[in-house]
Design a binder for this molecule. Structure first.
Ligand SMILES: Cc1cc2nc3c(=O)[nH]c(=O)nc-3n(C[C@H](O)[C@H](O)[C@H](O)COP(=O)(O)OP(=O)(O)OC[C@H]3O[C@@H](n4cnc5c(N)ncnc54)[C@H](O)[C@@H]3O)c2cc1C
Length: 481
């Protein structure tokens, strides 16, 4: 319940106008909605509006914390009735801050954390407030896993509707490729199912088209046998060896089976317990290694990596899959300032590796990193328009991941990320991952994410499913982007 005395509710509308809703309107919404409604001035307001990226500091007019699908329906009805700007928050990890509107209605799904696993059918249904870790925890009880991302605190919702990739992607495709069905609250506040046979166009659009088409209240994923024990971990070398480490990465990543996925990281060594004190604060080149097949096969495959050069640390061991899924978490805490630039690559030509090493040498913050994710495999086998997430020519993603603590360091760190991006762009496929786009990246980058043809199909479906553009606090597929 709001702690502030009510003298109308100042809100922003879809057109950007400021209105004050009468107390009666809020009272009616309160009567229809079960979860907490949080307003500016309430004790929990600042903590609830805060998201992963501290660069985003927006003040919604009202936060509606949903406790079930009915609350989501009621929140959409309230927004429609008063033509309010709205945003949807799953895990709050979107770097562009799509989860939080300035002055509008924040539909917060973070309380919805149910996960139901069907071990026989090898499927799981999960609610949209789940993090990746919430789902892994339940599926691993049965030795199963969904295709999710690399950091366990990320929300499943935004990740899945934007595509999703992680250590299992080379075996099974993007996260959205493994969806069985969705429950969706549409822009006209109806609850529908979407699958290959029910509302198939909506199902297609939601597998990569982002939050433009509705609010997903249940995700049903295919599951795959994984672990629970796998061969995985991380290994690091001195920064001076970065080029030879990237060459090793290239060699192994082009010859390894799909069970093995590697992530390279060029950065300054954090004071992590697995790294010796002498290297803390020094440049390092690390490879995160995850083999999701039989551990004995993994041991053989990782042997050349473990034997390469003179590593400063090596924690590639048999370990639980769920532990590997959170190994990178400490490097990505909520509340730091973040700015990314990223591109897809079909190959790793030597000049690209040179550019990465050069910009590693110019890194400005001990928290920033150049991250090189291995993709390809199953992803490349599906038709280009299998889902709108597209980019099925990708074998790698590079994310220039700027991260620092103080606003006064914004300009220097953003300049580093942009310079590096300019240096690596010539080697890109021209494609970019929609879930890695920052706040400033608009029409041209959204087109780069989808390609002209897919974007055209998405725009047509947007006009069909959301003609009033209610879900516009997104990377927009139609209209002013
Ligand atoms: C630390 C970190 C690690 C990451 N690692 C990976 C990775 O390994 N692989 C990967 O693919 N991506 C990764 N990402 C990117 C990630 O996919 C996006 O940030 C994604 O938006 C996160 O989802 P969320 O639910 O936390 O986002 P939120 O910020 O809550 O939401 C983002 C947008 O998604 C849409 N949305 C949210 N919930 C729903 C819903 N229920 N229905 C419809 N639309 C909805 C809305 O448009 C919303 O504005 C990472 C991001 C971070 C910050």
């Amino acid at each position: 319940m709001s702690q502030t005395s009510e003298t109308g509710l100042p809100m922003r509308t879809l057109d950007g106008a400021e209105v004050t809703l009468p107390d009666a309107a809020l009272a009616a919404f309160r009567g229809a909605f079960r979860g907490p409604l949080i307003r500016p001035g309430d004790a929990s307001y600042d903590a609830t509006r805060a998201i992963w990226n501290a660069m985003i500091d927006r003040r919604p007019g009202l936060i509606a914390q949903c406790t079930g699908t009915t609350d989501v329906v009621r929140a959409v009805q309230f927004a429609r009735q008063h033509r309010l700007l709205l945003s949807v928050r799953g895990g709050g990890h979107n770097i562009a801050g799509l989860a939080v509107p300035e002055g509008g209605l924040l539909i917060d799904l973070s309380l919805l954390k149910g996960v139901w696993v069907d071990p026989e059918a090898r499927t799981a249904r999960a609610q949209p407030g789940c993090t990746l870790g919430d789902v892994d925890r339940e599926t691993q009880l049965h030795g199963l896993a969904a295709v999710l991302g690399f950091v366990s605190t990320t929300g499943i919702a935004g990740l899945t509707v934007g595509g999703g990739f992680g250590y299992l992607t080379r075996r099974h495709g993007y996260t959205c490729d493994t969806l069985v069905s969705l429950e969706v609250v549409t822009a006209d506040a109806k609850v529908v199912r979407a699958s290959a046979t029910e509302n198939p166009e909506l199902f297609w659009a939601l597998r990569g088209g982002g939050g433009n088409f509705g609010i997903v209240t249940s995700f049903e994923y295919k599951l795959y046998p994984v672990g629970p024990e796998i061969m995985a971990g991380a290994i690091a070398w001195h920064g001076k060896d970065a080029l030879s480490v990237l060459r090793l990465y290239h060699e192994i990543s082009t010859s390894s089976p799909r069970e093995l996925t590697l992530v390279a990281a060029l950065r300054i060594a954090p004071p992590a317990p697995w790294l010796p004190k002498e290297v803390h604060g020094e440049p390092i080149a690390a490879i995160f290694v995850c083999h999701t097949g039989r551990p004995e096969d993994g041991e053989k495959l990782v042997a050349p990596i473990k034997a390469f050069g003179s590593p400063v640390a090596d924690i590639i061991v048999r370990r639980p899959y769920a532990q590997m899924q959170s190994l990178l978490d400490a490097t990505q805490p909520k509340g730091r300032r973040y700015y990314w630039k990223s591109e897809y690559f079909a190959a790793l030509p030597p000049k690209l590796l040179d550019a990465l090493v050069e910009h590693h040498g110019r890194i400005r913050s001990p928290h920033s990193a150049l991250l090189l994710f291995q993709m390809g495999g199953a992803l490349n086998e599906l038709p280009a328009d299998h889902s709108p997430v597209g980019n099925r020519d990708a074998a790698y993603v590079v994310n220039v991941a700027g991260s620092w603590e103080k606003a006064q360091d914004d300009a220097a760190n953003m300049a580093w990320a942009r310079d590096c991006w300019q240096g690596i762009r010539p080697f890109s496929t021209g494609g970019v991952y929609v879930n890695f786009l920052t706040e400033e990246e608009g029409a041209d980058r959204i087109e780069a994410a989808y390609g002209k043809e897919i974007l055209g199909r998405l725009a047509a479906l947007k006009r069909k499913y959301d003609p009033d553009d209610l879900f516009r606090h997104t990377k927009q597929v139609v209209g002013p982007r």
